[in-house]
Write a protein that binds this ligand. Structure first.
Ligand code: HEM
Length: 542
């Protein structure tokens, strides 16, 4: 009975309802969801404070004081939730933007759409643009933009936006930070590291392409997984460029630890694809999985940093530069561990996806293999090819692959400055997350003629098929663009040029490859996940 009396106490009900209104007004513009532990801690702390107040100043037993404190906290939370939902639905500064009703209320709507679309959020946003236009509200404080006029304002060098809270949800690195000052300082170090070693990276990339070919020679005429082959290649290359220590996947001499680590990365990116809509869950996941599924990866990266510190490296590597430029304390050490993981995560998956797609696109189009072969053969000097070298059709094929299927398919979320952002006649209020991605722009009729068609000539002999070149930014743009772009292009050029020169690429006999179905199954987990596909390599007579 006491319990029922407490539960229906008018005083508690009114106090809770009022507290909900007040708290909502205070936190309305803040990203409290970025601090899940502080938020949960504050709720728990408020229960204990209220218990103390009721016990000390009210004439209640401990258990009654506890009941009243709990009831008041619950009423406050319910009132807060109602306030938040009503405000988001009808009074929010983004209320004039069209979009599905559920998206106004919570980002869990986007999580649900991701689940329903089998991790193809990029297809969901594409449909939303068709239904609602260029500016669609995809979250309580999020707008997805399809308007090409916004590209430079969101990603260009003069953009006033910064990285969105998603980036701050993960541990600090050059990529995962929303602090522009920290990013600028750290990015300078990465840029110098890349620039100083570029000439040394070329021969390393070529060496691994030779190893890849040695492996192909062992399985000529047999089905080979394009996904596994390119993943092994990109892991081996990036672990050597990054740490001076190849994972040796291509040669099949890898360790169990490396296998476990890279299995953990694959599971990790799937979780990121789902949870990037709710960054606070990413923070929680990262905290609790340090010793869990991703723990193996974290420990491996930390060991690599230790090993690299001890042994030095006669070959130039990225970590060597970062070591020289990080403080020798706990903060510097943590940053190095985070960036060691970054090197592998950012450096392997996107390059592997693009390489796999290039092999599949070429297997589908033997006519491009023969055109490319002519171009590449003429570019060989003394029987060698320098992967830094641009070739028109080769780069056209790579560009067309990245335009149609960008391997970082994430919409590069940004946050508008407090004064907001104006694009033509559209005003987006301050502190809004804006999403503008390479997939949607690459497929836009305002940027490309026949945008869904694979036409490499638009980059060579048919420039009239490109209406707005700015619509092509698979490596992003501006200050936050890809630091590894040149290395990535070296890998793509080296593998594709040399493979097409020496091999015919085809699908296994009787496989009836259905391109429309295959490409529609590409999934979106920050980088793109390419469905499993076998290809066959046949050696050409030189
Ligand atoms: C085909 C291959 C690749 C593609 C398509 C690609 C694409 C991108 C894109 C779109 C971004 C911006 C992401 C964002 O704004 O959240 C990015 C950032 C980044 N990429 Fe790449 N990338 C590739 C390969 C590489 C390689 C080989 C490395 C080498 C380590 C690398 C390192 C990075 C880093 C460190 C960043 C963060 C840069 C910053 O925030 O300042 N990427 N990449």
């Amino acid at each position: 009975m006491d319990f029922v009396k407490t539960l229906f106490s008018t005083n508690l009900l009114l106090s809770g309802a009022t507290a909900g209104v007040v708290i909502h007004q205070v936190i309305r513009r803040a990203f409290i969801d970025l601090y899940p532990f502080t938020t949960t801690g504050s709720v728990a702390a408020s229960h204990w404070v209220l218990l103390g107040v009721f016990y000390r100043y009210g004439e209640y037993s401990f258990w009654e004081a506890n009941r009243r404190a709990l009831t008041l906290v619950c009423y406050t939370l319910v009132s807060l939730a109602v306030n938040i939902l009503v405000y988001r639905a009808f009074f929010h500064r983004l209320r004039h933007f069209p979009g599905p009703f559920g998206a106004r209320l919570s980002k869990f709507w986007a999580v649900w759409q991701t689940v329903k679309s089998k991790a193809r959020w990029y297809q969901v946003t594409q449909k939303l643009h068709e239904e609602y236009g260029d500016y669609v509200r995809t979250g309580p404080r999020e707008i997805t933009i399809g308007d090409p006029a916004a590209i430079q304002l969101v990603h260009g060098l003069k953009a006033t936006v910064k990285k969105a809270p998603f980036y701050a949800a993960l541990t600090d690195s050059v990529h995962t930070t929303d602090d522009p000052v920290f990013h600028k300082e750290r990015r300078k170090i990465w840029d110098v590291a890349m620039k100083e070693s570029l000439a040394d990276y070329g021969p390393i990339v070529e060496e691994f392409t030779s190893i890849l070919h040695q492996q192909l020679d062992k399985s000529l005429g047999q089905p080979v997984s394009a996904n596994a082959l390119t993943k092994h290649y990109s892991y081996d290359v990036i672990s050597t460029l990054g740490f001076g220590n190849s994972t040796r996947f291509l040669e099949g001499e890898t360790t169990d630890i490396a296998k476990k680590v890279f299995g953990a990365i694959e599971r990790g990116v799937i979780a990121i694809g789902l949870l990037l809509h709710v960054p606070y869950l990413l923070t929680i996941m990262e905290t609790f999985t340090y010793k869990g599924p991703m723990g193996e990866f974290n420990r491996w990266a930390a060991n690599e940093v230790d090993r690299r510190k001890k042994v030095g490296n006669p070959r130039p590597d990225l970590l060597g530069h970062l070591l020289k430029n990080s403080t020798d304390d706990a903060v510097g050490r943590q940053l190095l561990d985070n960036e060691a993981r970054m090197i592998i995560g950012a450096g392997s998956d996107p390059a592997a996806s693009t390489l796999a797609l290039l092999l599949i696109l070429l297997a589908e189009r033997p006519e491009y293999q023969s055109k490319l072969r002519t171009e590449v053969t003429n570019a060989f000097e003394n029987n060698t090819y320098a992967c830094g070298k641009q070739l028109p059709l080769l780069d056209g094929i790579i560009n067309e692959c990245l335009r149609l299927y960008p391997s970082v398919i994430f919409q590069n979320q940004r946050l508008t400055p407090p004064e907001g952002l104006t694009i033509g006649s559209v005003y987006i209020p301050g502190d809004t997350i804006v999403c503008l991605g390479p997939y949607q722009q690459g497929r836009d009729k305002r940027n490309f003629v026949d945008p869904d068609e694979f036409i490499p000539e638009r980059w060579t002999t048919r420039p009239e098929l490109i209406l707005n070149r700015q619509g092509f930014f698979p490596f992003s743009l501006g200050y936050y663009n890809c630091v590894g772009r040149t290395v990535a292009m070296m890998e793509l050029r080296s593998v594709i040029a040399r493979t097409v020169k020496d091999y015919d690429i085809s699908f296994p006999k009787g496989s009836n490859f259905d391109g429309k179905d295959f490409y529609s199954r590409i999934v979106d987990h920050f980088s793109s996940g390419v469905p499993q596909q076998n290809v066959v390599f046949t050696k050409r007579q030189s």
